[in-house]
Design a protein around this ligand. Structure first.
Ligand SMILES: [Zn+2]
Ligand SMILES: [Zn+2]
Length: 149
């Protein structure tokens, strides 16, 4: 399958990656208006975080959540490669280089060698059929069945 121009994924049912049923049942989803992929966009008001704010193991996995970052920020965000003190790489999405700098100031054990994104999707666009909502019980079953195909 070609890469979806709206949500940047080749696999329209790959997400949610972890505990998919629980995520689909309980969390607000970004429902891609182009390919139908559901991306968790649930906002945790206590920690003021969404799924895309967390570090990812690879740039490819981060790219699965990039659309929710772009949509939330209303601009093209970037995936940046970070290194821990032990040299372990992780990938994190930031709105811009300034928010990366603020993060690095607060997390002194992390470094970013190239202060440019390894991936970004420009320009930012909106799509007419995007929906932000929780799925109905029937939609969850339908989506889960499609994941197995
Ligand atoms: Zn979720
Ligand atoms: Zn899509």
């Amino acid at each position: 399958m070609p890469r979806c121009q709206e949500c940047y994924s080749e696999n329209s049912r790959i997400t949610p990656l972890l505990k998919p049923r629980g995520c689909l049942q309980n969390h607000t989803q970004y429902i891609c208006g182009t390919c139908g992929r559901c991306i968790c966009i649930e906002h945790d008001p206590v920690r003021n975080l969404q799924r895309w704010n967390f570090p990812f193991k690879s740039a490819e996995i981060a790219a699965l959540y990039l659309r929710t970052a772009d949509y939330t920020s209303k601009k093209p965000c970037g995936i940046y490669e970070l290194k821990s003190g032990t040299g372990r790489a992780s990938y994190k999405i930031f709105e811009d280089a300034e928010s990366l700098r603020l993060y690095l100031q607060k997390n002194r054990d992390k470094t970013c060698k190239r202060m440019v994104p390894v991936y970004t999707a420009e320009p930012y666009r909106e799509y007419p059929h995007t929906r932000i909502r929780k799925l109905t019980a029937g939609e969850v079953e339908h989506y889960m069945a499609e994941r197995k195909e």
